[in-house]
Design a protein around this ligand. Structure first.
Ligand code: SF4
Ligand code: SF4
Length: 363
């Protein structure tokens, strides 16, 4: 259905790819690997290619609240753009404080224009937690001085679907760490609508772009875990896919950073690795063009994709202890039992197309 709509961006995806020296063959390889990542049968690969090409029909509003902009930075700061970063750029980014050229009143107008033009049809991505204490006054954005709380509620009201990008937007992040004087919360706790959480500090570009692609293809949220994270990305513990897992099972541990065990690639549990408590696909997807991830680089996972990890996982270079490990294993079983399943939210092709249809009827 999206195919019949006019693109909101001028440059077709194939031109963008060829400008970056990415061949059609490489693109098809990417669609195959993204299809596998999304836990879909490989027959969905051509559909994914089609969804990527028509992503320029989907309006995206990206808000920044209480955060460091690290999630955006991680997505866009590549010396060589990947297909994931090019696709992010290809989706029609209507408002993004870091990337748009507009400033001041013009920026405010862009946001209002996007919300008015595509009511019920735009994707809303939020980066950052929402300060709620004293009616949200600890965060104001833009020349009108609206609070982040006001802005996110207004934008969420008419969004077809909402994605919290990163741990701050998902669960409050470092702003929500004790004693949390600003009363910061995750987006899902303030907007009263279903929100998909992409935990991580930052989340990988694959998890961001894969989630957007899933929406565009199916018009609904993917299966989610008990914290509303997509199961295709957060369904396994870091520990389960870690290349040092054999060392853990063999009882071979780094005792202090820089010791002989560290040189041999032993398990980092005793120097604080929280991989056994953390659900994310870092070991399989890695970062920076799939080159590395923290444990491969020699430091333990700090559990950045889990709620309250600043409080719950500290001290980051000391183990939590076996008792917690066992209780976490019990949590793993619960996650399977209470998984939310696929939730229809009326997004993607249907939602966007109906907005365009209304626009045409009214014009
Ligand atoms: S390094 Fe961490 S994630 Fe890897 S096996 Fe050891 S405890 Fe598990
Ligand atoms: S390895 Fe752990 S701390 Fe590092 S990004 Fe992945 S989940 Fe976060």
């Amino acid at each position: 259905m999206l195919k019949s709509l006019p693109p909101l961006k001028a440059t077709p995806l194939k031109d963008k790819l060829s400008k970056q020296g990415i061949s059609r063959r490489e693109f098809m390889k990417w669609t195959a690997s993204m299809t596998t990542l999304l836990a879909l049968p490989i027959q969905f690969s051509p559909l994914l290619a089609e969804a990527a090409e028509v992503a320029d029909r989907v309006p995206l509003i990206w808000l920044h609240l209480a955060e460091c902009t690290g999630c955006s930075e991680s997505l866009i700061r590549c010396d060589t753009p990947t297909i994931d970063t090019l696709l992010f750029d290809h989706i029609s980014l209507e408002y993004h404080e870091t990337l748009m050229a507009a400033a001041g009143w013009q920026a405010e107008e862009n946001l209002e224009h996007a919300m008015e033009t595509y009511p019920g049809g735009y994707l809303l991505a939020v980066e950052g937690g929402v300060p709620t204490a004293d009616n949200g006054k600890y965060l104001t954005v833009g020349c009108k001085g609206h609070t982040g709380l006001h802005i996110v509620k207004e934008a969420a009201d008419k969004a077809a679907a909402i994605v919290s990008v990163g741990t701050c937007a998902s669960f409050g992040g470092v702003q929500a760490a004790a004693p949390n004087p600003t009363g910061t919360k995750g987006v899902g706790q303030v907007v009263g609508k279903p929100v998909i959480n992409l935990g991580g500090c930052p989340p990988s570009e694959k998890n961001i772009v894969g989630t957007l692609m899933y929406y565009i293809m199916f018009g609904r949220l993917p299966a989610l875990d008990m914290y509303n994270r997509p199961k295709w990305a957060y369904g396994a513990r870091v520990h389960d896919n870690c290349e040092r897992r054999g060392r853990f099972d063999a009882g071979e541990f780094v005792e202090t950073f820089g010791d002989e065990g560290a040189k041999q690639g032993y398990c980092l549990y005793k120097v604080g690795c929280k991989g056994p408590y953390t659900y994310n696909n870092c070991p399989t997807e890695r970062f920076n063009h799939h080159t590395s991830w923290p444990v491969l680089a020699g430091h333990g996972c700090i559990g950045c994709s889990e709620p309250s990890f600043w409080d719950a996982m500290a001290d980051f270079e000391k183990p939590l202890g076996r008792r917690d490990l066992h209780s976490l294993d019990a949590t793993a079983d619960r996650i399977g039992a209470v998984a939310l399943g696929v939730t229809a939210v009326g997004i993607g092709a249907h939602a966007v197309a109906s907005v365009f249809a209304n626009k045409e009827d009214n014009s």
